[in-house]
Design a protein around this ligand. Structure first.
Ligand code: KIV
Ligand code: ZN
Length: 524
């Protein structure tokens, strides 16, 4: 067993709630953000980038509340290179036990052209804004956005300015996912060697995954001297996403023999966080995703191969338990009681209140009547289906669909809308289309379907399907997820949940208002 206590510590900076949430459609509710932040804190993340406080009132409130509730993690708010952004970020994070302001500006030729600043003017702006941030906060992080496409001489010059102005962490973003491992390492090595004062600060690596190299690039940066990795759960993030937290953390753990660095992450909490982020963001995890994909461990419950593998190490480089998957978990059946269900939920890292347990239990019994064995994934899908906690104006009462080869599908739907029962029927191109059209007859809306995705939770024709739906109306985005052994029912429930959330969000931001009043791409 390796003694890791003397190894260099690599800080884990999680930006699921900022860069991850910025991914179109990944918008989370206030309560969901608080929950994810708490889970990240409990898992041992060193720094949580909780949001971009100037972006909207909602972002500000979420960052402020996460800051107030933080336990061990440092709470960071993002700000562009101007005093208003920085003041707002400070207002939001200042009540954290350990606050941080993260300010940035695009330094590459392409990014310098947007605010039309000369190199000297930008250098001056960096000096002013980092100084301003440092006058407010004892802990300031500075990022030259698009660093990997910035001229080396200029990059070194502006990093030196930021360090002299008081930044304690210098982040080197590969904003467009353009770099490759060798180059990522060379860049970090180059700035550490050339910039005066580099040994006084921490260098961070922030990679995007456009070429599928984010994990490799981050690890290469660490080997070259970076001591902070910026990442998100499930690699959530704009376009192809950010570096996946679970991948870099497990790579450092499993290959500690060749990458002798330690993190403070309790890896057994990874799986639960991954599932929660997937649920609340509405971004399902691909089945073959490293570490957290459904197929990442061949003998995850539901697809047991016990007895086939005499020695798990023949095929496994890490144990499922290391990431929080239990291998010896027994499926529940129709005779299992409420206590067994609560016990199972606890084992899966989910605490639910008495009312939610009651709802989950009712659904569990319905499911157990239809399905012989109810696996862990089924139970978690039931939690998703009941976790809403929002007051729903639209509710599904009954759904009947007739479909086949002989003509269009027909759906007859009964719903309760604002307490009143109402019904409609519609034809459509397949059962889901007919169902959605029938819902639209009862609740006319212009919402555009951005994503419709079905995943089987376990194996077999009686498996539950989880359906994710993402809707967009006038720039406001909402997602819905549901699970049912009937794919059409799950689709209807997910669609109705997304519509309910759209109603809530639209009432907050008003019609025609994009929730993002400012973009982080205009970095000044
Ligand atoms: O990718 C990027 O450059 C960013 C910055 C705001 C740090 O997310
Ligand atoms: Zn980014």
């Amino acid at each position: 067993m390796t003694d890791t206590s003397k190894q260099d510590r690599v800080l884990i900076f999680d930006t699921t709630l900022r860069d991850g949430e910025q991914s179109p459609g990944a918008t989370m509710t206030h309560a969901e953000k608080l929950e994810i932040a708490e889970l990240l804190d409990d898992m041992g993340v060193d720094i949580i980038e909780a949001g971009f406080p100037i972006a909207s009132e909602g972002d500000f409130k979420a960052v402020a509340e996460i800051a107030q509730r933080s336990k061990n993690a440092r709470i960071c708010g993002l700000a562009r290179a101007n005093p208003q952004d920085i003041d707002r970020a400070w207002e939001a994070v200042k009540h954290a036990a350990k606050p941080r302001i993260h300010t940035f500006i695009g330094t590459s030729p392409l990014h310098r052209a947007i605010p039309n600043l000369s190199m000297d003017e930008m250098a001056e702006r960096i000096h002013e804004t980092v100084t301003h941030a440092r006058n407010l906060s004892p802990d300031v992080q500075w990022s030259p956005m698009d660093a990997t496409r910035t001229e080396h001489d200029y990059l070194c010059r502006v990093i030196e300015i930021a360090i002299k102005a008081g930044a304690g962490t210098i982040n080197i973003p590969d904003t467009v996912g353009y770099t490759a491992p060798g180059e990522s390492a060379d860049l970090i090595r180059m700035v550490i060697e050339r910039v005066p004062g580099a040994d006084e600060v921490i260098f961070a690596t922030h990679c995007h995954n456009d070429l599928g190299m984010a994990t490799a690039n981050s690890l290469a940066a660490v080997e070259a001297g970076a001591r902070q990795i910026e990442c998100t759960i499930n690699g959530l993030g704009e376009r192809a996403g950010n570096t996946a937290l679970e991948e870099v953390v497990m790579a450092l753990k499993v290959r500690n023999d060749i990458m002798p660095y330690r993190t403070g992450i309790d890896t057994t909490k990874i799986m639960h966080l991954s599932r929660r982020v997937s649920t609340v963001s509405g971004f399902p995890v691909q089945p073959n995703k490293a570490i957290v994909g459904k197929n990442a461990f061949a003998h995850e419950s539901g697809i047991h191969q016990d007895g086939v593998l005499k020695n798990a190490e023949t095929f496994e480089i890490m144990k499922p338990e290391d990431v929080g998957l239990s291998t010896n978990s027994l499926p529940l059946g129709k005779h299992s009681g409420r206590a067994a269900l609560r016990d199972k939920l606890r084992q899966l890292g989910t605490e639910v209140g008495d009312n939610q347990l009651k709802d989950i239990f009712v659904r569990f019994k319905e499911l157990a009547d239809r399905k012989k064995e109810v696996y862990d994934e089924d139970v978690l899908a039931l939690v998703t289906a009941t976790a809403d906690g929002e007051t729903n104006r639209l509710q599904l009462v009954n759904l009947k669909v007739v479909c086949g080869t002989g003509g269009p599908a027909e759906a007859v739907i009964e719903m309760e809308i604002d307490g009143e029962e109402t019904a409609a029927e519609s034809k459509g191109d397949g059962p889901v289309d007919a169902t959605f059209k029938a819902v639209r007859k009862l609740h006319p809306n212009k919402a555009r379907l951005q994503l419709y995705q079905v995943n089987a939770v376990t194996e077999g024709t009686d498996a539950q399907a989880t359906v994710s739906v993402r809707l967009e109306e006038d720039g406001v985005i909402a997602t819905g997820q549901s699970a049912n052994t009937d794919t059409v029912v799950a689709s209807a429930l997910a669609y109705i949940q997304a519509l309910n959330r759209l109603l809530v969000r639209r009432s907050k931001v008003g019609p025609g208002v994009d929730r993002r009043e400012v973009s982080y791409k205009d970095s000044v």
